[in-house]
Design a protein around this ligand. Structure first.
Ligand SMILES: [Fe+2]
Ligand SMILES: [Fe+2]
Length: 167
């Protein structure tokens, strides 16, 4: 069976991968940056995961699900673009703090389409809930970032629904 590409062979720029430091308080500009960076990096990891799943598990699942994975990969990439653009607008640096490859490393071990889908949809659901809460927190103080997190959370609903539909 084909495997997920090892982390060393993928491009993670502009991020700095490593052991992340503690996330700074939510009500500071640094803390805002930390949360946007972590969310953006999760989107990059999800982009690689869905792109590869569409190849690795292609023969195991209906063609329709493969097509959905390819579409979702593009959406994850779009989400990442929104978040990186917002970081730049706020004059915050994507590479300022190291980010963890934990999410990607956990996909690597998935042995089946079912395992991958259930695992990733669970991660996406956790991310979606955190995103909704963060959007609520920023609603008044930073409506632009708040809207980005809301729009992402809305699109994640479809990604998460695939697990229920197919497995
Ligand atoms: Fe996403
Ligand atoms: Fe997603």
């Amino acid at each position: 069976m084909r495997k997920f590409i090892s982390v060393d062979l993928l491009d993670w720029a502009p991020y700095r991968t490593g052991t992340p430091s503690k996330i700074r308080p939510m009500n500071t500009s640094e803390g805002l940056g930390d949360r946007i960076r972590v969310a953006a990096f999760a989107e990059r990891q999800a982009y690689y995961a869905f792109t590869q799943a569409a190849k690795i598990f292609a023969t195991e699942v209906p063609e329709e699900l493969v097509m959905a994975w390819k579409r979702i990969a593009l959406e994850e990439s779009k989400h990442e673009t929104w978040l990186l653009k917002r970081l730049a607008e706020l004059n915050l640096d994507a590479a300022e703090m190291p980010v963890s490859l934990g999410l990607y490393n956990s996909f690597i071990n998935c042995q089946s389409a079912r395992e991958f889908t259930l695992y990733i949809s669970d991660s996406e659901e956790k991310g979606r809930i955190a995103g909704v809460k963060f959007a609520e927190f920023l609603k008044v103080t930073d409506p632009v970032t708040s809207k980005i997190f809301t729009d992402i959370a809305d699109e994640e609903v479809f990604h998460i629904s695939l697990a229920k539909k197919y497995f």
